[in-house]
Design a protein around this ligand. Structure first.
Ligand code: LLP
Length: 427
């Protein structure tokens, strides 16, 4: 299953850029810029393609909402049948508000606070993936105080090396902060089995993000399968194997889409043999290529023999280029056919504020609109107010309809939490 079944909603038609049947120019008029624009059709087609690829074993998709926590996207995925994966009390609150039931929710995170653990237990969620013995001890105490039992998965560091990943998005190598080291997992599990208020029902891993091959899934799952046997022998009733997220998206023209059929074929036999329910936590795969960042050119200039395109979206809107050296394709909304090699930079007062360096892009002038592709995942959620910039608007498109689903921030929003008269000198 390749690109064929995945909707490709972002296209130039009659010389202008469209998201589904909505011209980018119409979005800019309605919402201003910079604005994240999401395609419902793209998200739907990606969800359905993955669900189909996993239908030969018992499985549940838990969308990793750290990639994009927009309420409309959460609701869309929930209606398609998705569960959700949360990593903080804030994400749990968002998920509940978007209508997910407790059994639709799994939670993870290497540093959950006591409050977050309590909220997860009280909500009655399906699985709490824990990452250290300290955390299990605390979870057991909190569950005891609540008179409840917490359903626990052990996140194991599968110690798999990932080729080509940026160091910041590799998470499952030996020595990383995530998970319980593979060699300690059995010992930790034995201690968990002694505790009255935790129920050890799952094993979990996350090998990394934007995975170029299926091999890390195969290798990591094989390790979890081995551990499942050992844990069962020790008395654990393992019901879930959670293999995390990591399916990639195509950031550049010609990049392949993930081999979903191969993915299903890689994991399903082991899952069936073990008699468990497979949990997957993709984030980027659903939303990354389902969104663009629409931005307007403010100025052109030349400096030191170099061309600059200065746009109204910066690193505070889309951090990935400067933080991970990430490549995001950039197009003019109305390409003229002329090209220029330029740095595409934002207004933030940092040399590291760029969307593309030394890139051949469409020739543009002040006032023109551009789109930054692949901005649906880890875009808005990683945005900030640096330089007291207002966070962008978010627009959902479905066919010929479009709506602002998150308003652009205002100056009042920036100062909302400040006390009018803090009186700190007399405190
Ligand atoms: N599950 C766990 C336990 C994770 O840590 C992550 C991502 C996911 C699922 C979802 O991974 P995905 O399917 O989206 O690759 N900000 C970075 C990515 C950080 C990913 C962190 N964990 C970026 O912009 O590339």
């Amino acid at each position: 299953m390749g690109q064929g079944v995945l909707a490709q909603p972002f296209v130039h038609r009659d010389g202008a850029f469209f998201c589904e049947d909505v011209p980018a120019e119409a979005v800019a008029i309605a919402a201003g810029t910079p604005t994240f624009v999401y395609s419902a059709a793209a998200i739907r087609s990606r969800y359905r393609a993955l669900a189909q690829a996993l239908d030969s074993c018992a499985s549940r998709i838990h969308y990793s909402c750290k990639a994009n926590g927009n309420r409309s996207i959460l609701t869309l995925l929930r209606e398609l049948g998705s569960g959700v994966d949360v990593v903080s009390g804030g994400e749990l609150a968002r998920a509940l508000r978007a209508g997910f039931g407790p059994q639709d929710i799994v939670c993870g995170g290497v540093g959950k606070t006591a409050r977050e653990l309590r909220e997860a237990i009280q909500a009655g969620i399906k699985l709490i993936n824990v990452e250290s013995l300290d955390e299990i001890v605390l979870l057991n105490e909190i569950a005891r105080d609540l008179g409840m039992a917490a359903p626990v998965g052990l996140r194991v560091n599968p110690e798999v090396r990932i080729a080509n990943a940026h160091a910041y998005i590799a998470t499952g190598e030996r020595g990383h902060k995530f998970g319980i080291p593979h060699e300690s997992a059995l010992g930790v599990a034995r201690q968990a089995l002694q505790m009255q208020h935790v129920q050890l029902v799952g094993l979990d891993m996350h090998v990394g993000s934007q995975l170029a091959t299926l091999e890390p899934y195969r290798a990591g799952l094989a390790r979890l399968a081995g551990l499942t046997g050992e844990l069962r022998a020790a008395g654990a009733q393992i019901r879930y194997i959670d293999i995390g997220g990591g399916l990639p998206v195509a950031y550049n023209t010609g990049d392949p889409e993930p081999d979903l059929v191969g993915f299903g074929a890689t994991v399903a036999p082991t899952v069936r043999d073990l008699g468990v329910e497979l949990l997957v936590e993709p984030g980027r795969f659903f939303v990354g290529a389902s969104g663009v960042l629409l931005t307007r050119v403010l100025y052109r200039k030349e400096s030191g023999g170099k061309q600059y395109v200065i746009v109204d979206a910066g690193m505070n809107d889309l951090l990935r280029p400067s933080h991970y050296d990430a490549y995001h394709r950039i197009d003019a909304v109305r390409p003229t056919g002329m090209r220029v090699t330029a740095d595409v930079v934002g207004p933030v007062c940092e040399t590291g504020d760029f969307l593309a360096l030394d890139r051949e892009v469409d020739e543009v002038q002040a006032g023109d609109l551009m789109v930054v592709h692949g901005a649906g995942a880890y875009g808005y959620v990683m945005s900030s107010n640096y330089n007291a910039r207002l966070r962008a608007a978010e627009v959902m498109v479905d066919g010929h309809r479009h709506a602002v689903v998150t308003a652009r921030e205002t100056y009042d929003d920036l100062m909302r939490l400040e006390l009018e008269d803090p009186n700190w000198r007399d405190a």
